[in-house]
Each structure stands twice: as structure tokens, then as C-alpha cells.
Write a protein that binds this ligand. Structure first.
Ligand SMILES: *Cc1c(COP(=O)(O)O)cnc(C)c1O
Length: 360
């Protein structure tokens, strides 16, 4: 078997142990004679898989009892519409913080449902930082304040939880959920697609405070009404069963690694290897403000597109794949989610050094 170091931004690397367990259980899940893919979502076997996955996620994030965990579909982009439909609660506007490509997408979609107040933006510095909290112009009448906790494309991450007073904080955590301990009680809603740091595409995680649900706009599709899903244990419609199962295996794997404090320590170590090198190199350019750099997605580039191309080609030849920066920004991007082993990062940094010494 050949495994590469996969630096994809998503769908992304999964823990090898999880893939091996899924392979071993593929055709006969624990003596049932069936694959999880073939099971009724209403049967006791799948219900136990679903319940265990939720319990483990609750344990990992210490989710308070007054929060619902929903396993949905539609991705984070779907949630960009589903959130205003559910959370406006009779209000007519919402606050958004614009830190880059994913924030912009959220803002554009929300405008279909309410008026959007961009309370702060880092557009002036080309989205290379998180606007300081004391510069935000929040509206006390906003239905919620939306942030993207990690801009997967720009590599900008919040390393603080903004205080938004009585207005609920909503976070798109698609690309840094479960990468570190998170005080869920500071948020009204956390959401994310699974395919970055959790499992296969198709599953969308929503963690929402109970008092915020039950007031969806009448036009809200029933399958996207949080109350309907909460009342039906996320089974109002057929959930993405296999994705829930793999996510559950990843949650078990995270618990075995020592939980989120341990994985956060590991993630800090991995990211430091790259950033320390970037900081000491004049060959590579790392655009993001130091205090806002993402531990999950590390964008950088050389002095020319031709060199970037050569870098990517050489990396590929060494089994380091999907390092190309997003098509909107170019350059190079290393996504180093929970499941990226430190050996992958060490190999990348060794290659960066070698490439620099040959091309400077
Ligand atoms: C990948 C990503 C999305 C898009 O998610 P989909 O599952 O494709 O809808 C949205 N926000 C962030 C921060 C992402 O990383």
C-alpha cells in the first residue's frame, strides 16, 4: 500500500487507523452481515452509531446540555442560507465580519434573507488579518454576529473568541473545528462541513443553542429547519449515514489521541515547524499577520509563479500532494489538519529548505 502526504484543503486527509477500521468493517459491520451504507437509518444498529457519534462529539467539545447537535447536509455553503432562515427570529439584519473568501460567500448569501451589516473587514490589507475586536461596529439589534473562525483560503484564523454581548455569535468552523478546545457556551451556533477536519463530504455539523431555534422563516425547507431536525434527532430526512459513521470513528480516534488539548498541542507543533522556517527565510513569502496565522492552512509563495510551479512539481514527485494554493489566490498552501502526521510536515519543511538552497 502506498500512502502520500496529502496536503489538500478539503476533502482532506483522514487518519489511517480510521480508514483501516472502516475497511475491515466495510462488508460486515460487527456481525450484522451488512455494510453501514446498507443499513436503515431507523434500525437499532445505525441509531447506535449515530448516538455514539453525537455522544463522542459532545464529550470532545464539552458541549453544554442546552445545545443541540445536528447532523445535516448541504455543507457550509448551504448553511450560509439556512442560518439566516433559522436565526433571524423576527429581526431584519445580521452582523458579519469579513475576513476573506469564505466570509464574502456567507455575506453574499445572507443578503438574500436579511440586511447585512459588515461590522468589520480586513479587506484593506487584502484579508491578511482578523480585524481587532475593538474596531468592530456591532449593531445591538442584529439577529446574530457571524464570523469565519478559520479562512481556509487566506490562512487567517481567530485565536480569540470575540465577545458579542447579548447578540449570539455564529461561527463557520468548517476548517478548524475540533483542532483545539472550544468554549461552546460562548457561541449561539457553530457549523461546518465535515470534509476538512472530521470525515467524508456530505455531513454538515451544526451545534446550536436551544433557545435560538423554533422560529424559522415560513419559507425554510423542512429538512433545513433546525427545530424539525432537532425534534427528529437529525432524522427528519435520511442523514448521510456513512459520513456520520466515519465521523464517529474520527471522534473515537481523537479521544484516543488524548482529546482536543492534546491534538491542539500537536497542531501547534506542526504549524510552528513551517512558520518558524518561513520566518527565517527571505525566499518564501508568508502574507498573514503573525498573530492571526492559521494552524490549519498555511499559504505561502516564492518570488514568481514559475518557481511556485516548480516547487509544486518537485513536491509531487516526492509524494507531497495537493499543495497548490486556491485558484483565487495562487501560490502554495499546506493544509495540515488534525490527521496530517508530523512526519508529513517535517518532509515538507525539509523539501522547502532543499528547494530554497537550489533556487535562491
Ligand atoms: C470548505 C469551506 C466551506 C465550503 O463548504 P461546503 O461543504 O463546500 O459547502 C465554507 N466555509 C469554510 C470556512 C470552508 O473551509
Amino acid at each position: 500500500m502506498k500512502r502520500v502526504f496529502n496536503f489538500s484543503a478539503g476533502p482532506a486527509v483522514l487518519p489511517l487507523e480510521v480508514l483501516q477500521q472502516a475497511a475491515a468493517e466495510m462488508c460486515d459491520w460487527r456481525g450484522t452481515g451488512m455494510s453501514v451504507m446498507e443499513m436503515s437509518h431507523r434500525g437499532k444498529e445505525f441509531i447506535s452509531i449515530h448516538a455514539q457519534a453525537e455522544a463522542d462529539l459532545r464529550e470532545l467539545l464539552a458541549i453544554p446540555a442546552n445545545y443541540k447537535v445536528l447532523f445535516m447536509q448541504g455543507g457550509a455553503i448551504g448553511e450560509n442560507a439556512i442560518i439566516p432562515m433559522n436565526l433571524l427570529r423576527g429581526k431584519t439584519s445580521a452582523d458579519y465580519i469579513n475576513t476573506g473568501e469564505w466570509s464574502k460567500k456567507s455575506i453574499k448569501e445572507a443578503k438574500k434573507y436579511c440586511s447585512v451589516n459588515v461590522a468589520a473587514t480586513s479587506e484593506a490589507n487584502n484579508f491578511t488579518s482578523v480585524p481587532k475586536r475593538d474596531t468592530w461596529k456591532l449593531d445591538p439589534n442584529a439577529a446574530y454576529v457571524h464570523i469565519c473562525s478559520n479562512e481556509t483560503i487566506g490562512g487567517v484564523e481567530y485565536h480569540f473568541t470575540p465577545d458579542t454581548g447579548a447578540v449570539p455569535l455564529v461561527a463557520d468552523m468548517s476548517s478548524n473545528i475540533l483542532s483545539r478546545p472550544t468554549d461552546v457556551s460562548k457561541y449561539g451556533l457553530i457549523y461546518g462541513g465535515a470534509q476538512k477536519n472530521i470525515g467524508p463530504a456530505g455531513l454538515t455539523i451544526v451545534i446550536v443553542r436551544e433557545d435560538l431555534i423554533g422560529n424559522a422563516l415560513p419559507i425554510t425547507p423542512s429538512a433545513f429547519d433546525y427545530k424539525q431536525q432537532a425534534d427528529n434527532d437529525s432524522m427528519y430526512n435520511t442523514p448521510p449515514t456513512y459520513s456520520v459513521y466515519i465521523a464517529g470513528l474520527v471522534f473515537q480516534w481523537l479521544k484516543k489521541q488524548g482529546g482536543l488539548s492534546a491534538i491542539a498541542e500537536y497542531n501547534r507543533k506542526k504549524a510552528a515547524l513551517i512558520y518558524d522556517y518561513l520566518d527565517n527565510s527571505s525566499f518564501y513569502i508568508s502574507p498573514v499577520a503573525r498573530e492571526d496565522r492559521s494552524l490549519m492552512n498555511v499559504p505561502f509563495k516564492t518570488s514568481s509563479e514559475a518557481l511556485d510551479e516548480a516547487f509544486l512539481k518537485g513536491a509531487q514527485a516526492l509524494g507531497m500532494l495537493q499543495l497548490k494554493g486556491h485558484r483565487s489566490v495562487g501560490g502554495i498552501r499546506a493544509s495540515i489538519y488534525n490527521a496530517m502526521p508530523i512526519e508529513g510536515v517535517q518532509a515538507l519543511v525539509a523539501y522547502m529548505k532543499e528547494f530554497e538552497s537550489k533556487n535562491r
